[in-house]
Design a protein around this ligand. Structure first.
Ligand code: ADP
Length: 681
């Protein structure tokens, strides 16, 4: 049986549960995936935040320590200068070198007097040095800050990028005596940044900038050109914290710290998009896995449903087989015919209740009896022969007599067939008790015989009667004629009229008897039926009626081709002659008669019609006109005996057909009749 969803108009509970379970499973899988993706997102962000905070703390500690180291060297140098007073510059330089040694962040140290001129430096002084010192002095003094961190500049000694870090010096009176500048190595800070960066996987942007946003050190270099617009650099920004900055196009997560006394800000930023890249590809992978899982679940459900559907179909199949079996059993139990199964040895293995009843056995007692026990025409030795016959023919049909338990013989018709089961021959006989049938057949045959005899007798009687009746009639006729001839002169006109009436009556009587004779002769000619060409019949009729047709100026239209029918040529000629003749006889006084014969073959039956344009017939007479001696008009208007159509009816019925009329008074009539086609030669 073909699997089809449509075969499930009402899904069973199991089908519904499987679908529900499958849907639930899919929801769980997709839900869990969604949750996991959300959780990973959160943990990615949280982890990043934590890492950024830790990094920021580490860096701020490291850089803070470095700067405060630089600061303390600068402070120390300021002190040194105040205690050592006006010592030769070479000596001061030595002191400065001693101080700077051990603080790797310091690239140079420079003492500038109140006028901005260099007093002493770690490096030997040059004119460029002078200008540099003056510009630093100007910038620090201008801002009037005790500590000042400048922007990145090129060191005058060799162009190395440095960050000037300066403190103001005051004399005993509290006036500005000059500044001490430490050139912090940008590269030193960069190395710290790189060291930190090398330990992280994600792309970080580390920035050390001044509070005003001027970048001092940044890794990767040039990642940001200006920090002043960034959220963490806004004037209202907190000192330390972590922000999600969505202002920038990429979106950043930034941990920032403030190195308060120096007015510096350190930020560790990560690009949110970069950060989420890993999460995104993970999420995609998870989604794909979930999709695959959902597909697997769907496939599983489909497979289970298919299995269930097949089971259902199988169960339905079994139910239908069982129903068929029960129906077959019922028809065996309730059937009127006997059904007897035997094995190849001729032993009865099954007999239905009808068989037990008809053969007079108690229910079930025919089992294991053999066929010769119930059929005397098959002695035990003949069983093999019957089986061979069956093997050759497949089925056999014959009449025989069976013996009941009481020894009575009953006439039966047997239809027996061979069936192979378990590699052995079995026979199944359907047996019909035809005793009653035979009896009624005999009665029917007897009755038919008697009826035929009485019919023949009747026809003989009609023939003889009409024949014999004509004799005295002829006598009456001739004597009336004689009377008229011999005594006509002596008779008064009245007597002559009476004699004329008597003669006419006798003539009419003769015509009636002749018609009756003709009526009784239909079907009694003894001629066998044969294939008759209707075309030939109609030509014959046309010739017979030629004169009448001509006189009436009538038009007779016949079909171009006509089939052959099964019948009697003469009777068919009389039938068509009568109908065409009537068409002529009952013509309309206003028009010339037109008679058309048509033929239609349909469903193995031939229907002929004869249509005229005559006076027509009122519908209430459609049946009556086919009865014998029934006329619708007086003899004075239309001559006739009223037997023509009765003869037509008898002829058509003898040919196994029927005849009828349809007509409209004053317009014309159409007579129809059916015939049987001649069997193919
Ligand atoms: P008849 O012609 O000898 O009277 P029929 O048996 O042939 O007898 O016809 C019976 C009656 O049916 C007729 O008397 C006539 O009234 C009517 N009849 C038969 N054929 C036609 C016809 N073609 N047109 C009109 N009336 C008809």
């Amino acid at each position: 049986m073909r699997f089809s969803w449509i075969s499930w108009p009402h899904p069973s509970t199991s089908v519904r549960s499987v679908i529900a379970l499958g849907a639930l499973l899919m929801v769980v899988v997709l839900g869990m995936t969604g949750y996991e993706i959300w959780r990973q997102y959160n943990s990615t962000i949280t982890l990043a935040e934590r890492n950024l905070n830790v990094l920021a703390d580490v860096l701020v500690g490291e850089i803070g320590r470095t700067i405060s180291g630089v600061d303390s060297v600068v402070e120390q140098s300021v002190l040194d200068l105040s205690t050592e007073g006006n010592r030769p510059p070479e000596q001061i330089r030595r002191t400065l070198r001693d101080r700077a040694t051990g603080v790797p962040a310091i690239f140079g140290l420079l003492l500038i007097d109140a006028q901005g001129l260099p007093i002493a430096s770690l490096h030997s002084l040059s004119p460029r040095h002078h200008a540099f010192a003056q510009s630093i002095r100007a910038s620090v003094a201008g801002q009037n800050l005790p500590i000042h961190v400048g922007t990145v500049t090129a060191a005058p000694f060799d162009g190395t990028p440095i960050i000037p870090f300066s403190r103001l010096r005051h004399d005993a009176a509290g006036n500005i005596a000059g500044i001490t500048v430490a050139a912090m190595s940008v590269q030193y800070f960069q190395e710290i940044f790189l060291q930190v960066k090398s330990k992280t996987v994600t792309t970080l942007t580390l920035t050390l900038a001044r509070q005003d946003g001027a970048i001092l050190v940044q890794t990767p270099e040039g990642a940001t050109t200006k920090m002043s617009g960034m959220t963490e650099f806004r004037p209202d920004s907190r000192d330390n914290g972590l922000i999600h900055d969505d202002d920038t196009s990429a979106g950043r997560i930034v941990a920032f710290r403030t190195l308060r006394p120096y007015g510096l800000k350190l930020s560790v930023a990560v690009n949110a998009a970069d950060l989420l890249n890993l999460w995104r590809s993970n999420a995609l992978r998870l989604l794909l896995a979930a999709l695959v899982a959902a597909l697997v679940v769907a496939a599983l459900i489909w497979a289970i449903l298919r299995r269930l559907a097949l089971d259902e179909a199988q169960r339905a199949n079994l139910r239908s087989i069982d129903n068929q079996r029960r129906m077959a059993q019922f028809s065996l139990d309730a059937g009127a015919d006997m059904v007897v199964w035997t094995n190849d040895k001729g032993s009865i293995i099954y007999a239905n209740p009808a068989a037990h009843q008809a053969l007079g056995y108690a229910p079930g007692t025919l089992f294991n009896r053999s066929i010769p026990d119930i059929d005397p025409s098959v002695p035990p030795a003949a069983w093999e022969g019957r089986l061979d016959d069956l093997r050759r023919a497949g089925t056999l049909r014959f009449e025989t007599s069976l013996r009941t338990l009481s020894g009575k013989l009953i006439s039966v018709e047997v239809s027996i067939a061979l069936l192979q089961a378990d590699g052995r021959d079995h026979t199944c006989a359907v047996i019909r008790d035809i005793g009653a049938h035979k009896q009624s057949e005999a009665i029917l045959a007897e009755r038919t015989k008697r009826l035929e005899a009485s019919n023949a007798e009747l026809e003989q009687f009609a023939y003889v009667a009409s024949h014999d009746l004509r004799e005295p009639l002829r006598m009456v006729n001739s004597f009336v004629a004689l009377l008229a001839r011999r005594f006509g002169d002596q008779m008064d006109p009245e007597a002559r009229e009476y004699v004329e009436f008597a003669r006419e009556g006798a003539l009419r009587m003769d015509r009636l008897i002749l018609d009756l004779l003709e009526y009784s002769r239909v079907g009694s000619t003894g001629r066998p039926m044969a294939a008759v060409d209707l075309g030939t019949v109609l030509n014959d009729v046309r010739q017979t009626l030629a004169l009448t047709l001509n006189e009436a100026g009538a038009e007779l239209i016949l079909p171009a081709s006509l089939p052959k029918v099964w019948g009697d040529f003469d009777e068919l000629a009389r039938l068509l002659g009568n109908l065409i003749g009537n068409g002529l006889k009952y013509r309309h006084s206003d028009r010339l008669p037109r008679i058309e014969v048509e033929c239609l073959t349909q469903d193995g039956q031939i229907t002929l019609s004869v249509r005229d344009n005559g006076i027509g017939i009122a519908p209430q007479y459609f049946d009556r006109i086919f009865r014998i001696f029934q006329r619708l008009h007086g003899r004075d208007r239309y001559d006739g005996t009223g037997i023509g159509l009765a003869i037509c009816k008898k002829i058509v019925e003898r040919h196994g057909g029927r005849i009828w009329v349809s007509s409209t008074p004053d317009q014309g009539s159409t007579f129809f009749f059916t015939l049987k086609p001649a069997p193919a030669a």
